[in-house]
Design a protein around this ligand. Structure first.
Ligand SMILES: *Cc1c(COP(=O)(O)O)cnc(C)c1O
Length: 415
């Protein structure tokens, strides 16, 4: 390593997808201060519709034709966002009956909704069959239940098998495959599961493999996709009917922390081209599905708080804002992160100022965990200014303990 490399601390990738006008961030062409006035309170989340639309368009352009794009709505289940996604993508992936309701209400085609989750209640399975969605089977218990429900309702359940592979997505923020896992059925037991599915008369449509999340290494994602494809190809020999749906998961990450770079889509597109060709010759009825959450919506969201107080403690300046981990657990570093790092942050109306200072930004909760930014360099800010946390469109409001300490709940707007 050169001296200059050791001396320069890593920085966040520029957040240029949000335009700046007169020192202020724009959200879908509206100044953020105006959006704040329109919302009428802080804190709030604002999601930029145009950024989501551009994101999906660029992704489609980078991927081969014939790839089906699904939105994993646990990333952001706000009904207006799900409604927008229902228009932009080919299907919605849900993980509970509550999410299923939002997806159906959004107008998504039930045929293109799928349901994965390690512990589906009997009632959730029944609702799924009635809705006509695809159920990703994750246990032997679900086969028997779905058979009984199909008989009761008078039409067969549509099912895919969620496979717990023996490999994982290397370098992922969260690992969802490999070794013992509560998700899916171990690959080595899938042949027996397929036999039971056939005997139960369920409508088998394919496989679902999900090997990890929040990955920024295109090569690792390609390797996992190849391994997943090959495993599905082997398991397909044990199925009674052809594979029609081959869900290779997702795992596409976004840059949250200093030093991280955006994912290289070209490499992933090339790899999927190869897999699409192989699929055409070896599983000709199968459509490849990718299911993405944060990659589609994460960069389009801002968490906006207002500075309540500014205080010094033994040489460190704290900006105390009116929301924190109660609304945005991920930004506080308490949502599965091993090492706490800062999200990109901005002082809304001072983006053109250079009177920098080093501050820590904390929320109003009585716990040292409520830290939104640790010793970060920003233009000097005053009480009343808006503090903005970028990369907040996924795993925000719905993934945070809003009741903790009794502060007001956060609002969400799609602009
Ligand atoms: C959480 C999850 C996703 C979405 O993950 P992201 O990191 O937001 O893309 C997709 N599929 C399954 C099965 C999941 O559990």
């Amino acid at each position: 390593m050169t001296n200059s490399a050791t001396r320069t601390p890593p920085v966040h990738v520029p957040m240029t997808h949000f335009a700046e006008v007169n020192g202020e961030l724009m959200i879908n062409r509206l100044p953020l201060s105006r959006v704040a006035a329109r919302v009428g309170q802080t804190p709030f989340y604002a999601y930029d519709r145009s950024i989501i639309q551009t994101r999906v368009a660029k992704l489609r352009a980078a991927l081969p034709n014939g790839i089906k794009l699904h939105y994993a709505m646990k990333a952001n289940p706000m009904p207006a966002v799900v409604g927008l996604m229902a228009e932009l993508v080919d299907g919605i992936d849900v993980a509970s009956a509550g999410e299923l309701k939002v997806a159906l209400d959004s107008g998504a085609n039930p045929h293109e909704i799928s349901f994965a989750g390690p512990g589906k209640r009997d009632t959730e399975l029944r609702q799924s069959v009635a809705a006509g969605i695809l159920v990703n089977i994750e246990s032997f218990r679900e086969v028997g239940l779905l058979a009984a429900i199909s008989e009761e309702l008078g039409y067969p359940a549509r099912v895919a098998v969620r496979v717990n592979p023996e490999f994982e997505l290397k370098g992922s923020g969260m690992k969802m495959g490999g070794g013992p896992k509560p998700f899916g059925v171990d690959a080595e037991r899938v042949p027996q599961l397929l036999t039971e599915i056939g005997a139960a008369g369920l409508e088998f449509e394919g496989f679902h493999l999900f090997t990890g999340s929040q990955n920024l290494k295109a090569e690792a994602i390609c390797e996992a996709q190849q391994n997943s494809w090959a495993l599905a190809r082997r398991l397909a020999d044990h199925a009674l009917s052809p594979v029609r749906s081959l869900n290779l998961g997702g795992g596409f990450g976004i840059p949250y922390f200093p030093g991280e770079q955006r994912l290289d889509l070209a490499t992933i597109g090339d790899n999927l081209n190869v897999l699409i060709e192989r699929t055409a010759s070896e599983m000709p009825q199968a459509k490849i599905v990718l299911e993405l959450g944060r990659y589609l919506v994460g960069e389009a969201g801002l968490y906006v708080t207002r500075i309540i107080d500014r205080k010094e403690s033994r040489g460190l300046t704290y900006l105390v804002v009116d929301g924190g981990l109660n609304h945005h657990l991920s930004a506080s570093g308490n949502f599965g992160q091993v090492l706490r790092k800062n999200y990109p942050v901005s002082i809304n109306n001072r983006t053109d100022k250079h009177n920098n200072e080093t501050v820590s930004i904390v929320g109003p909760l009585c716990t040292p965990l409520d830290l939104l930014a640790d010793r970060i360099t920003l233009p000097k800010a005053e009480i009343g200014d808006l503090v903005v946390i970028f990369q907040s469109g996924a795993y925000g409001a719905s993934a945070s303990p809003q009741g903790f300490l009794g502060h007001p709940v956060v609002l969400e707007v799609l602009v």
